[in-house]
Design a binder for this molecule. Sequence first.
Ligand SMILES: [Zn+2]
Length: 78
Amino acid sequence: MTTKCPRKLLAYYLSDKLDVDDQLIFFAHLDACPECWDEVYNAVKAQHPHYYKTKSRLKMSDKEIKQFEHKERAIEVA
Ligand SMILES: [Zn+2]
């Protein structure tokens, strides 16, 4: 399958120059296009490494998990 990728929208999106209408078009394409998705993902990852360097944090200790569950319950009650 050859999808025509909106390279211009992609470039604009990555430089934060996309207006809302174009964003919607672009996001619709992203949904259908793993290639563009990969490109956006890699670009965002490069721009915001701190979002992604936290892999070790995914390993929560039992104590942290309990705290989290407790917090969730507190929100439900409130
Ligand atoms: Zn694409």
